[in-house]
Ligand binder design. Structure first.
Ligand code: F0G
Length: 462
């Protein structure tokens, strides 16, 4: 056993193909297996049990204490909510190469009115939208971008529905690397576009969807030395694991019964599940939460994959949903996500556009707020309670992946009653009316303002 105070334990990692199991130290430029082209994942051979004994060079109790101590430190790596847990991440030769914006460290919020609305007693949200660029992507980006720098790349790149692009651009700028982001034209929120521009990315809008942008980026990295920062990059997944580690720490290592997460390209659900399985294997926790994945009905490839093939073959779809972040029809990490569902006993759910809008307003009403793609978690939870998969007395954590200010157009249209005005969902959308709060234009007088207050008071007493 190493002395934790003298030198921190170092665990060497290697890459393994999730399909054929081939182990390698060379991920290639597309992070795919050289034998079967499946995705790679990072494994830590030292954690595997030998003759029934855990072989990791640390105990869970020692690491829990060490991580807590680091909260008092002013060292950048310790202040990062990702690198604070570095014993469970790939080892970096020098801390100086780490690019950090002090990502992670995100809050847990109780959601009392949401809990009442869906019929559960204990409901909290882990708000990953409180990361430096406004989404969970930063937790993965700090690791993968640091790797790009360590490998000496000058360029990094991604395809994105918005959040990844802002995160890639920010971390590249911090490291003085150049970034290329490919986004579907007209389908990415202005806020996200502005971030990429300000952080100095070469921002390219393509006349295609996210899946098309991914295909084109694949070709670009074949032909140019651009380091790929989408979530097929297994270093992204390692960083994103820390949200689950931090969550368990915040819950004093008492696992909730359920964790509910949105599903797009399926990197995040894969990462959270991987973390939980590793924490179980290393004896940090004694039981696993069920991880369930929610998609929009119009962008439901995982739901269909589970329903129609039992998780054996990807059913791609042409994706359409106002939850722009998860408008993805052919998710790269679907096999990893299926494994997480199977190994944690979770399930999938799909929700309508109206249900997403309702859930987003409901999360706002608890003073928390999130982007539409994150709100699918609450809408999905409602369905899972109705279907009996989640019991009213069970504890539930929603992973809110992105910030409320991501899709302001969606929010404004919602409150003006315009989201579903000329659509087939008009009737279903009537349930939204009590949540709508359109801005009010008045004469510039206190009398006019006070008369509105009185009307609101009378309305709430009626
Ligand atoms: N929630 C938000 C806010 C997202 O931005 C994304 C993905 C997801 C959920 C889905 O996560 O892909 O790991 O299953 N956004 C990507 C992007 C695709 O380009 O920003 P996933």
């Amino acid at each position: 056993m190493m002395n934790l105070t003298a030198s921190e334990p170092v665990e060497l990692s290697e890459l393994r193909c999730i399909g054929c199991g081939l182990r390698t130290n060379n991920p290639g430029h597309k992070f795919r297996c050289s034998a079967c082209a499946d995705l790679l994942e990072i494994v830590y051979p030292g954690w595997d049990t030998t003759d029934g004994q855990r072989a990791a060079p640390f105990t869970a109790a020692a690491l829990k204490a060490l991580w807590r101590t680091r909260r008092k430190s002013f060292v950048p790596m310790d202040q990062s909510g990702v690198w604070r847990f570095r014993e469970l991440l790939p080892h970096f030769a020098s801390g100086e190469k780490i690019i950090t914006l002090r990502e992670g460290n995100t809050p847990l919020y109780e959601l009392p009115s949401c809990a009442r609305a869906v019929g559960v007693e204990y409901l909290v949200a882990k708000h990953q939208g409180m990361n430096p660029t406004g989404s969970f992507k930063d937790t993965g980006m700090t690791v993968a971008a640091s790797m790009a720098r360590q490998e000496g790349f000058r360029w990094v790149g991604c395809a994105s529905t918005g959040n990844t692009s802002a995160s890639v651009a920010a971390y590249a700028a911090r490291a003085q690397m150049r970034s290329l982001v490919l986004i579907p034209q007209g389908k990415v929120s202005w806020g996200k576009l502005s971030q990429s521009l300000d952080y100095g990315a070469i921002t390219v809008e393509l006349k295609t969807d996210f899946d098309g942008c991914s295909r084109i980026l694949d070709e670009v990295v074949d032909r140019m030395p651009v380091y790929l920062l989408n979530s097929v990059n297994p270093y992204r997944i390692e960083g994103q694991k820390t949200a689950a580690i931090e969550l368990l720490e915040q819950l004093d290592w008492q696992p909730p019964d359920h964790i509910i997460v949105p599903g797009g390209n399926l990197g995040n659900s894969s990462a959270l599940g991987k973390a939980l399985l590793e924490l179980g294997k290393l004896h940090f926790i004694t039981r696993l939460p069920k991880v369930s994945i929610v998609q929009a009905e119009g962008a439901n490839p995982l739901v269909r994959t589970m329903r129609e093939t039992g998780g054996r073959k990807l059913v791609s779809v042409r994706a359409e949903t106002a939850a722009s972040a998860i408008r993805i029809g052919s998710p790269a990490s679907w096999k990893k996500a299926v494994r997480v569902l199977e190994q944690t006993g979770g399930t999938v759910a799909e929700v309508s556009e109206v249900e997403i809008a309702w859930a987003k307003a409901q999360i706002g009403a608890d003073g928390v707020g999130c982007e539409p793609a994150s709100a699918v978690t609450l809408a999905g939870l409602k369905r899972l309670v109705q279907g009996g998969f989640v019991k009213p007395g069970e504890s539930v954590v929603l992973i809110l992946t992105g910030h409320l200010l991501k899709d302001p157009d969606f929010t404004l249209k919602f409150h003006r009653g315009e989201l579903f005005r000329d659509t087939e969902q008009r009737k279903e959308a009537e349930i939204l009316v009590p949540h709508e709060r359109a801005p009010i234009t008045l004469e510039a007088s206190a009398d006019a303002v006070i008369s509105v207050l009185k009307q609101v008071e009378e309305g709430s007493e009626a």
